[in-house]
Design a protein around this ligand. Structure first.
Ligand code: S3P
Length: 165
């Protein structure tokens, strides 16, 4: 079985995913890292040189490849839900869990990171709010949802272990 973590940037998918994989003795796969491996360029360069649509195509290709394997904890990129096909690929061998956080918490967790081209704007908090609004419905593709705002990584991991038990 795969456990796929979806959710906006800064909701803890990668840090939670690594710890969860270690506890369960599953392989940890970070889809953003797989995209970088597949394409050969860092994410900001892909966006700057070829644009978001091209990035989404690579993301879809990689999600299809990884989703067909088994026994993995998969940390996805925040925009993976933009294509239904990706969600279907993640669900085919397992469960999808949504991690959430308030816009302010997301802002605090992402503000010192320059690896997220979508937030390289004058007012990142406003951008976070508008993207959250745009994606609200798509994130509802799973009933398993955890608000990580007030939780430690260990607490989120424990909740996921309860869900999959
Ligand atoms: C994106 C989220 C990023 C990365 C890319 C686009 C998004 O991943 O895939 O910058 O559209 O929300 P993280 O959620 O891991 O930061």
């Amino acid at each position: 079985m795969n456990i796929s973590l979806i959710g906006f940037m800064g909701t803890g998918k990668s840090s939670v995913g690594q710890e969860l994989a270690q506890n369960l003795d599953y392989k940890f796969v970070d889809l953003d890292e797989e995209i970088v491996k597949e394409d050969g360029r860092p994410i900001p360069d892909i966006f700057a040189e070829d644009g978001e649509d091209y990035f989404r195509d690579v993301e879809t290709k990689v999600t299809e490849k990884i989703g067909s394997r088994d026994n993995q904890v998969i940390a996805t990129g925040g925009g993976v839900i933009l294509r239904d096909q990706n969600i279907a690929n993640l669900k085919q061998n397992g469960i999808v869990i949504l991690l959430q956080a308030t816009p302010e918490e997301i802002y605090n967790r992402t503000k010192d990171d320059d690896n997220r081209p979508l937030l390289e704007v004058e007012d990142p908090l406003a951008k976070i709010n508008s993207l959250l609004e745009e994606r609200k419905e798509s994130y509802q593709c799973t009933p398993y949802q955890i608000d990580t705002t007030e939780l430690s990584i260990e607490e989120v991991v424990k909740k996921i272990e309860e869900i999959v038990a």
